[in-house]
Design a protein around this ligand. Structure first.
Ligand code: HXC
Length: 257
């Protein structure tokens, strides 16, 4: 797992893509390392995951252009599938994932951030899908997740023009949730992850499931899924703990399951 590091900070897992010399560009080795690290996360003791890039300059500057430059159609299809599979795995992690976007998030880097639940950016972050300028389309889900995140019109404009979005603009268009000076980014992401980790873990997981799966359904199926997940929570110790505490006008015990 040479290109991807993992650190457990209490209930929060921090994943760092570490190919700094190439601005953390994604090739098949990096994708394999990222998948291995994600697979190895101990979900019994992790309530939130943060993904970031090594160094001060880049989150991920895209898929590896050198590697793609000589790919055949079949190799390209396999490469796109590989990235999509890993990103779907990240998107489908049962716990929330925060992208700590510490610089360039271009092409596959922007797509990686979009497979996370929440994006928090440093002031020097720069987002974009430059693929059309390289003679390709986005291939790790960008056409789909960017449109779902910021709306179809703005996503089309950015993808067709290869427009770049600075952190402040990203905040305005809803691409990121917050922007911080670079030296505060990780601290703020850890704080946010800590807030998530303090809530009832099963409930948080069910919330993620309800939002992610529900958004792909018609509204009747989606609210019915929500009702299922809500009622599932009524069977948990955390719910008994929290609601009994409320009724007894005291704080709940720390959540356990
Ligand atoms: C391979 C990359 C890379 C990339 C940077 N590097 N981005 N290598 N693939 N995507 C390498 C450079 O070649 C260079 O290596 C080193 O990182 C530092 O980059 P510089 O260009 O010297 O830095 P700088 O001048 O600061 O410019 C930074 C930059 C620029 C603006 C981010 O590197 C850039 O435009 N990169 C490409 C961004 C991009 O187009 N991404 C989308 C790719 S397509 P050396 O060895 O020279 O020091 C994509 C498709 C996804 O992601 C879907 C696939 C299926």
């Amino acid at each position: 797992m040479g290109y991807v590091k993992y650190e457990q900070k209490d209930l929060v897992g921090v994943v760092t893509i570490d190919r700094e010399k190439a601005l953390n560009a994604l090739n098949t080795e990096v994708l394999a390392d990222l998948e291995a690290v994600v697979d190895a996360i101990d979900l019994g003791k992790t309530r939130c995951v943060i993904i970031t890039g090594a160094g001060q300059k880049a989150f991920v500057a895209g898929a590896d252009i050198g590697a793609m430059s000589t790919m055949t159609k079949e190799q390209g299809r396999a490469f796109s599938k590989r990235g999509n599979d890993v990103f779907r795995k990240i998107e489908s992690l049962p716990v929330p994932v925060i992208a700590a976007v510490n610089g360039f998030a271009l092409g596959g880097g922007c797509e990686l951030s979009l497979s996370c639940d929440i994006r928090i950016a440093s002031e020097n972050a720069l987002f974009g899908q430059p693929e059309a300028g390289l003679g390709i389309t986005p291939g790790f889900g960008g056409t789909q997740r960017l449109a779902r995140t910021i709306g179809v019109g703005k996503a089309k404009e950015l993808i067709y023009t290869c427009g770049k979005v600075k952190a402040e603009e990203a905040l305005k268009i809803g691409l990121v949730n917050a922007v911080y000076p670079a030296d505060q980014l990780m601290e703020e992401c850890i704080k946010l992850a800590g807030k998530i980790a303090r809530n009832a873990p099963i409930a948080v997981r069910q919330c993620k499931k309800a939002i992610n799966l529900g958004l792909q359904m018609d509204i009747d199926s989606a609210v019915s899924l929500e009702a299922e997940l809500f009622s599932f929570c009524l069977d948990t110790k955390d719910q008994k703990n929290a609601m009994t505490a409320f009724c007894e006008k005291r704080k709940p015990d720390p959540f356990i399951n």
